[in-house]
Design a binder for this molecule. Structure first.
Ligand code: ZN
Length: 65
């Protein structure tokens, strides 16, 4: 997901629709896309009841807290 060329000043495009992201909804282009991503994230997180073993192998590097 991340690229080695991380020193580029260009903002990353919205991961939902690909439009240029805006600071207000970074890294998304709008609240709508941010909400869409949030729903996906929550779905992927809570749609798997009692599968902690799988959870350990699901680390996709998204640690941006
Ligand atoms: Zn978007």
């Amino acid at each position: 997901m991340t690229t080695p060329d991380d020193d580029t000043p260009a903002p990353a495009p919205c991961p939902i629709c690909g439009k240029p992201a805006v600071p207000e909804f970074k890294p998304f282009c709008s609240k709508r896309c941010a909400d869409v991503d949030l729903q996906r994230w929550l779905s992927g997180r809570y749609a798997i009841p009692g599968r902690e073993e799988d959870a350990l192998g699901q680390d996709d590097g998204s640690r941006e807290e």
